[in-house]
Design a protein around this ligand. Structure first.
Ligand code: TRP
Length: 327
């Protein structure tokens, strides 16, 4: 049985792009065949940028509630919060001593962030070592990643191979599973939906706020009577991602015929979002109102993850000669 593992950033409430591009495909992949998935919320990585405790807790809960609302099976899989397994800090130290300094200094994502951010801390620099530890402390075989994370996977493999070469076969060397066909979800301005572009649609907002957001989608200024091109319209692009083939072709016809304003198309989209995610929005609201339920789920996951993590770190300690009473 293969173990797939993935870490989720906890820097904000997951938006429609995250849900269609990451959450749903990951849940589908986890449930395929006889896979067993470890899915965790990377709240230690979030410390590189977020220092506020309430914000961190809120983000973790929002991410956890999203995955739970979308039906992640926490009996079959292991769903946990990174910081709940304290051994990860120790493991990261061991890994860092097998990591060549220049490899981190040359990592794209570090260079990019250190050019962009005002707070360039050593955590940002060590980010890939913590990520390598996230993966190898749980003996993961496969890590589904977007292209932007491929270099981090190469770094992980390099660290693992250096460790195995220098102290003997110990760590499972993971393989990246590149997600090629992830859906590109446009934001309200037509660019890729991203929190940092300020163009995201948050489906968990109230009906009123959600509708207001959908009404802000950028369109051209054709008036009601004119025929419109669905294939260049941001409203239609998002509609298409959620619609059945019948719904899609019905709205397409109305664009082409003319006589329908963009306000109307937006209303259709708003209603489709509400009906598509009715269950998930209700479940999310229920969980966010009962954070102890979320904590219970995370504790269940941490208890399972810890067993594996302790076994692997035990192997590493004994290979390195850390065999004292504290081990
Ligand atoms: N760096 C990943 C991202 O930005 C999140 C992450 C942290 C991760 N640790 C991981 C992903 C381990 C996969 C495996 O999306």
């Amino acid at each position: 049985m293969a173990r797939i593992l993935t870490g989720i950033q906890s820097t904000g409430i997951p938006h429609l792009g995250n849900i269609l591009g990451a959450v749903r495909p990951a849940i589908r992949m986890a449930d395929e065949g006889s896979n067993e998935a470890f899915i965790f919320i990377a709240d230690l990585h979030s410390l590189t940028t977020i220092k506020n405790a309430e914000e961190r807790i809120h983000n973790v809960h929002a991410v956890a509630a999203t995955w739970l609302a979308f039906g992640l099976d926490t009996e079959r899989h292991t769903f946990y919060r990174q910081s709940d397994i304290r051994e990860i800090g120790e493991f990261t130290w061991y890994m860092s001593c097998f990591t060549p300094y220049p490899m981190l200094a040359n990592a794209h994502s570090f260079k990019d962030k250190s050019d962009r951010l005002s707070d360039v801390n050593a955590g940002l620099f060590n980010y890939p070592v913590l990520m390598a530890s996230d993966i190898m402390m749980y003996d993961a075989d496969y890590v589904p990643v977007g292209k932007d994370q491929l270099q981090h996977l190469e770094i992980t493999r390099d660290i693992g191979q250096a460790f195995n070469r220098q102290v003997g076969e110990t760590l499972v060397i993971p393989e990246a599973k590149v997600q090629e066909n992830t859906k590109l979800v446009p934001g309200i301005d037509g660019q890729k939906m991203s929190k940092s572009y300020g163009n995201a649609i948050n489906i968990f907002e109230s009906d009123k706020a959600l509708r207001k957001r959908v009404m802000k989608i950028v369109t051209d200024s054709k008036d009601v009577d004119e025929p419109k091109d669905p294939d260049t319209c941001n409203v239609f692009a998002i509609y298409k991602l959620l619609a059945s083939p019948e719904q899609e072709s019905a709205l397409r016809d109305r664009y082409i015929k003319g006589g329908m304003g963009y306000g109307h198309a937006k209303q259709e989209l708003y209603e489709l979002i509400c009906s598509s995610f009715e269950k998930e929005r209700a479940r999310y609201a229920e969980l966010m109102a009962n954070p102890e339920q979320i904590e219970q789920e995370l504790k269940k996951g941490a208890d399972k993850a810890r067993i594996v993590g302790r076994e692997v770190i035990g192997r590493v300690r004994s290979k390195l000669g850390y065999v004292g009473a504290g081990a």
